[in-house]
Structure formats: structure tokens, C-alpha cells
Write a protein that binds this ligand. Structure first.
Ligand code: GRG
Length: 293
């Protein structure tokens, strides 16, 4: 695991630098929204999704600067989703990554606008020629990211989650909700490397299955941390799931933990036809289920 944690720290460092460089310069009356984007984007975070983009791109020897741009775009979408999720009309959180949430630091209107601007910035980054010289590859990345972020993916999952207090969800419905809300961006992260690297159909299929199992294992762990996690380590409040059905409320803690373990093992098996370049991807699922934040 030491190899993985040191690689993850390196990726976080290089992504932070790249995000600093990509963010528009602060100028004019609109500077408040750019300040808020910078605040939310550069406030820490594990950079798990960027790490996945870089790790999957490295399977196909995609040049790192290209993969880094896609990783930055994805982190912009992830950050926008956190800003909006923390708003009073959604999860109503005051602390994120150990700091005041964006609407607490600024105000609600600025937080909404910062989220909106991060969402559009993501597509601006990918559409740029610097991301890939082939327009078709850029288009495929854009359409996959749009699909996974939108109403068939993360936004759709968030909608179901918002309704979850008033509708009854069984285990299948919870799995579908989480595959949309959390799994979709993880799927894109892994798929992005395959798109840039012109992977074969079989390779794409294996990576898709890997991302599916990793996403569920990640979410089950998130549900467990909401019950057992330490707010100081997590940098956010716990007990937020309340009466909502989650993997843990439906399965119980022990079975949920077993399920996360099983999914992590299964994720690794999906990579069996990849060579040693897949080592970091092989280590990640067990890191994810043992994380404390
Ligand atoms: C508002 C459109 C919209 C979507 C919100 C992502 C999301 C959907 C809500 C966040 C709430 C939440 C706790 C989801 C569970 C999993 C998750 C995305 C956790 C946060 O991701 P990490 O752990 O965060 O990768 P860091 O801070 O490390 O980047």
C-alpha cells in the first residue's frame, strides 16, 4: 500500500498545480465567483477520480499532460457536485474537507454560480486541442462525461437521493441510485483512459466492470463512515444519512462490510488480462474500503 499512497500523494500534488494553472485569472467585478471556484477546488480532497484517470491512461501509455487535463476537468465536475450538494436546499452542510462549505464562506448565490462555472469549465478544458489532437477523441470524452454527470448519471442519482426520504427503496434501487450518484464519475474516470488510449472493446468492458465494483465498494464504505467515521478525520459531519435507506441500513454493518470486501476482490479480478501497468489500479479497491476519510 505504501506504493499506492505515495503515488496518490504525487498525483494530488500535480493535479493541484495543474488546476491552479487552468483556473481563469481573477479580474473585474466577477472575480468573486472565480475566488469561490478556487476556494472549493483547491481545498484538499483525495483526488481519487484524477488518480483513476491517470492510472487508467497509463495502461495505454497516454501522455501524462493529456490525461492530467481530463483529470482536472473531472475534478471540476466533482467539486461542483460537492458545492451544490452542501447547499441548504440539498444536504445543508457547514463543513467540507475540514473548511467552511462554499456557501458558508461566500453566500448561496456565489456558491451556485461557482458550481455552475466549474461544470462549464470542465467541458471547456476537454474541448481544447491541448487535451487531445483528435477531435473525435475529444468529442467522445465530452459525450461520456456529459452522460455520466447528467440526469442519467450523477444528477439523476442525486434526484433520487433527494426523494429517498419520501419513497421506499429496496437494495436494488439503492444500488442503482448509488451507481448513478457516485458510480458515474468513477466510471468516467476509468473509461477516460480507455477512450484516450483507444482501448479494445474487451479492455473497455473489463475496465467498465472494474469501475462498477469499485464505485459500489466506495459508496458502501462512505455509508459505513457516515456511521462510524471520525468527523475530524473525514473533514465533514457524520450521521447525515438519517432515516434514508443505505447499504448499511438495508444490509446491516457486518454484511455491508463483507459486501464491500467482496466487491473490492471482484474489481481486482476484472483486471486479470492487464499487465503490471495495472498494479496501482489493483491496489486501489482495498485502499478505498479501508480508508478513514
Ligand atoms: C449536486 C448534482 C449534484 C450531485 C451531488 C457527489 C454528490 C452528488 C454528492 C456528495 C455527497 C456524498 C457524500 C456522496 C457520497 C460519495 C462521495 C461523492 C463522497 C465525496 O467524494 P470523495 O470522498 O471526496 O472523493 P474528496 O473530498 O476526497 O474529493
Amino acid at each position: 500500500m505504501a506504493l499506492l499512497t505515495s503515488e496518490m500523494a504525487d498525483v494530488a500534488g500535480s493535479i493541484n498545480k495543474a488546476l491552479e494553472a487552468i483556473l481563469p485569472p481573477v479580474d473585474g467585478y466577477e472575480s468573486q465567483v472565480v475566488d469561490a471556484m478556487r476556494y472549493a477546488l483547491l481545498s484538499g480532497g483525495k483526488r481519487l477520480r484524477p488518480f483513476l484517470v491517470l492510472a487508467s491512461a497509463s495502461l495505454f501509455d497516454v501522455p501524462t499532460p493529456r490525461a492530467t487535463r481530463v483529470a482536472c476537468a473531472l475534478e471540476c465536475i466533482h467539486t461542483y457536485s460537492l458545492i451544490h450538494d452542501d447547499l441548504p436546499c440539498m444536504d445543508d452542510d457547514d463543513v467540507r474537507r475540514g473548511l467552511p462549505t462554499t456557501h458558508k464562506k461566500y453566500d448561496e448565490a456565489t456558491a451556485i454560480l461557482a458550481g455552475d462555472a466549474l461544470l462549464t469549465l470542465a467541458f471547456e478544458i476537454i474541448a481544447d486541442e491541448k487535451t487531445h489532437h483528435e477531435p473525435l477523441v475529444r468529442t467522445e470524452l465530452i459525450s461520456s462525461l456529459a452522460r455520466e454527470s447528467g440526469s442519467h448519471g450523477m444528477v439523476g442519482g442525486q434526484m433520487i437521493d433527494m426523494l429517498a426520504n419520501s419513497i421506499e427503496l429496496d437494495i436494488g434501487a439503492v444500488a442503482r441510485l448509488q451507481q448513478m450518484k457516485t458510480g458515474a464519475l468513477i466510471r468516467f474516470a476509468v473509461e477516460a483512459g480507455a477512450i484516450m488510449g483507444r482501448a479494445t472493446k474487451d479492455q473497455k468492458h473489463a475496465l467498465h466492470n472494474y469501475a462498477h465494483d469499485l464505485g459500489l465498494a466506495f459508496q458502501i464504505t462512505d455509508d459505513l463512515l457516515d456511521i462510524n467515521g471520525d468527523p475530524a478525520q473525514l473533514g465533514k459531519a457524520v450521521g447525515k444519512d438519517g432515516d434514508k435507506e443505505t447499504f448499511v441500513s438495508l444490509l446491516g454493518e457486518d454484511r455491508a462490510r463483507m459486501q464491500a470486501n467482496m466487491l473490492a476482490d471482484q474489481a481486482v479480478i476484472h483486471l486479470e488480462h492487464f499487465d503490471e501497468k495495472a498494479e496501482l489500479l489493483r491496489l486501489l479497491p482495498h485502499f478505498v474500503i479501508n480508508r478513514r476519510n
